[in-house]
Design a protein around this ligand. Structure first.
Ligand SMILES: Cc1ncc(C[n+]2csc(CCOP(=O)(O)OP(=O)(O)O)c2C)c(N)n1
Length: 373
């Protein structure tokens, strides 16, 4: 017999309901065919809808170009965001200039949307430098590969900013798999305890490489994890850019206004393999991918905007051309090899390099000197 959990008393139920209002499913504003849905969420303004759409079109072209560059050997690796564009662009566009974005390896499209030059975004994946952009210039932390470490960085920055009286929100991106990491739980806990101005956007794309969500968690939803720590939590259709933007804008405004953190779970799908080094055909049914392609965020937004007369062929072509120009710039910049200085490998690892690190550096340099030119 399964032991039953103690019944929640009224006040506890009310608190839980305030953190995550009960509902049938993810909040949405636009259905997969582009038709508006009745929703308590406010539809973003026309200009915001167009900005979201433009960023998705350009972002998808960037993503396709980056994937192509892996096949040409120009990039070592690229984790595609295809299918997740609504989350990516909504995250970047919901932030104010003074806010910080804490992305992962999956979130290059969000970083490009935030305004970081695309070539700089690809510098790390090309193997040229630790991080190709200046994090302070655009307030975008370096893309983190160790899962969930960025959740702690985001809470730390948000909490510190508040202590210093700065009006600054941190938005951290993480995947469904990363919610199983200890770091995420520590970050959620202290974000809620301190009321830190931070927004956690969990892009639930169904898989952690080959591990499906059901093998990852037994929680009723990932949004419930936020409730467990005592923060506002939302479940949103992650392929509906309008809805993700509405939910994130509200979360950012709430954080800035002193209401503390929010966890947003966005239901989406990783259309490509985990990276170009993975074969998703080994663990995913093609019918599942097909079903998600029918919910594509870019065509959904296009259908919606066209039906409302906000987008016509001329504007759609302009957005597509912007994407082509961006892709051409990336190709041209990555056509030539650079010759990184091997010593740079050891820079910025620690403020004061350890003896062991210096020893490794000297060994490498001695070996390179012995090699014939
Ligand atoms: C701390 C840590 N453990 C393991 C890995 C290896 N790893 C890289 S990606 C990944 C899956 C992550 O899945 P998810 O968080 O859902 O993000 P997604 O890749 O789907 O965007 C794993 C286990 C890692 N990078 N860091």
């Amino acid at each position: 017999m399964t032991p039953s959990s103690p019944a929640l008393d009224g006040s506890v139920q009310e608190r839980a309901a305030a953190f995550l209002p009960p509902g049938d499913g993810p909040q949405a504003l636009v259905d997969p065919t582009g038709s508006p849905l009745p929703s308590p969420l406010a539809m973003p303004a026309d200009d915001d809808l167009l900005a979201l759409h433009r960023a998705m079109v350009v972002g998808r072209r960037f993503d396709t170009q980056a994937s192509a560059l892996t096949r040409q050997g120009r990039l070592a690796v690229y984790p595609s965001s295809r299918g997740q564009e609504a989350c990516q662009v909504a995250a970047a566009l919901a932030l104010r200039p003074q806010d910080w974005l804490f992305p992962t390896y999956r979130d290059s499209v969000a970083i490009v949307t935030r305004g970081v030059p695309p070539v700089e975004v690809l510098t790390l994946l090309r193997g040229d430098w630790h991080c190709g952009y200046d994090p302070y210039e655009h307030r975008v932390a370096p893309q983190c590969t160790p899962l969930a470490t960025n959740t702690l960085h985001a809470v730390g920055l948000a909490h510190a900013a508040r202590l210093q009286g700065e009006d600054r929100v941190a938005l951290v991106l993480l995947g469904d798999g990363a919610t199983s990491e200890g770091d995420t739980h520590e970050a959620l806990n202290f974000a809620a305890v301190w009321g830190a101005p931070v927004v956690f956007l969990v892009q639930n794309n169904g898989y952690a490489i080959s591990v499906p969500l059901a093998k990852q968690t037994a929680a009723p939803s990932l949004a419930h994890k936020g409730v467990g720590y005592g923060m506002r939590s939302r479940l949103v259709d992650g392929n509906d850019a309008a809805a993700v933007h509405a939910v994130l804008t509200e979360a950012v405004a709430g954080a800035a206004g002193g209401d503390g953190p929010t966890l947003v779970e966005a239901l989406t799908y990783r259309v490509e393999a985990h990276t170009n080094a993975d074969d998703a055909g080994r663990y995913r049914d093609p019918a599942e991918v097909e079903a998600w392609l029918a919910k594509d965020p870019v065509s959904r937004s296009e259908a919606h905007l066209r039906s409302r007369g906000l987008l016509d062929d001329a504007l759609a072509e302009r957005f597509a051309r912007e994407g082509e120009e961006l892709a051409a710039g990336v190709r041209a910049a990555l056509e030539h090899d650079v010759a990184p200085d091997p010593r740079e490998l050891f820079e910025h690892v620690y403020a004061q390099p350890t003896a062991a690190l210096l020893e490794q550096r000297d060994l490498l340099l001695a070996e390179l000197e012995e090699e014939p030119a």
